[in-house]
Design a protein around this ligand. Sequence first.
Ligand code: SAH
Length: 347
Amino acid sequence: MGPELTKDIKSFTLVQLQTEMESMGEKSFRAKQLYEWMHKKMARDYGQMGNIPRSLADKCRERYQYTAIETVRMQESKIDGTRKYLFRLSDGNMVESVWMRYKHGNSVCISSQAGCRMGCRFCASTLDGLERNLLPSEMLDQIYAITLHTGERVSNVVVMGSGEPLDNYENLLRFITLLTDENGLNISQRNLTVSTCGIVPKMRELADRKLQMTLAVSLHAATDEKRKQLMPIAERYGLTELMDACVYYFGQTGRRITFEYSLVAGVNDTSEDAGQLSELIGGLNCHVNLIPVNPIKERAYVQSGRRAVEAFKNKLEKNGINVTIRREMGRDIDGACGQLRRRYMES
Ligand code: SAH
């Protein structure tokens, strides 16, 4: 199932790469040179690496794979300049990423898996199930390709594209190590957000690492009954367990949780829903992101109207909860998760 981590040169940490060089009888400084070509200069192959001898490049080619993604399509929003990229991985799988320009810097939303097996009812990424996990290098490649294409530095990364990052936990951790490494892009943990549908044991494991990134939790409902209708993961982990894990995460890391709540007309957007949500998360140090659901053609879900969204927000605010309405970006370019990939594969 996809390429192997132990043979993937762009997924090695610098220390691992040093060990590899030593085992090949190479000088250990070569590791740093290779690493910088891969992760700082974002080289697409050994041919670009000026100070790497051909003999070493040949040996590396023999032993490792060097992932490279190919841009298949790019769409730019005429409204806000948001760009959506469709990439092809070495084995033909497709993933998509989004680039957004904000006042405080450029942000990239990346995918962590090709497809997804979580089955959330309103989400396009999961309709055909999981193809495979992405390697750490393939998560980085999305950012590198976009950086090279835009010619601008990326300052924020959100793992909120297709896939469930905590279902690809080991690769996610390696990705974070490489992304935040001073010998690579050197993005601060504080500028990283990872979004999960709520895989409780992995949230707890992650908490114990005490990373300074933001954990976003997709809630979308404030009762177990309602949540189960929208998200199959709610059958595995109830809201009590999920909230306990959130409290634990905050306790271990000191980082407040972001809750994502996609508003679906007539399903989870009433005043009663807002009241229940306030009760559920009222005691937590958190932030709520309201997202009017992006309708997908395979499902009958309808976006809540402007009024309902405002009323929902006001009620949360009245209850002392931090809340923002997610600014809709790239509305004209297949904004919602997995839609671009899907459209391409159908055509
Ligand atoms: N698997 C992770 C991250 C990927 S989805 C997670 O579940 O959090 C990123 C966010 O977009 C999640 O909150 C997800 O529930 C939400 N989402 C997916 N499809 C959507 C849609 N059609 N409209 C609005 N939000 C959607």
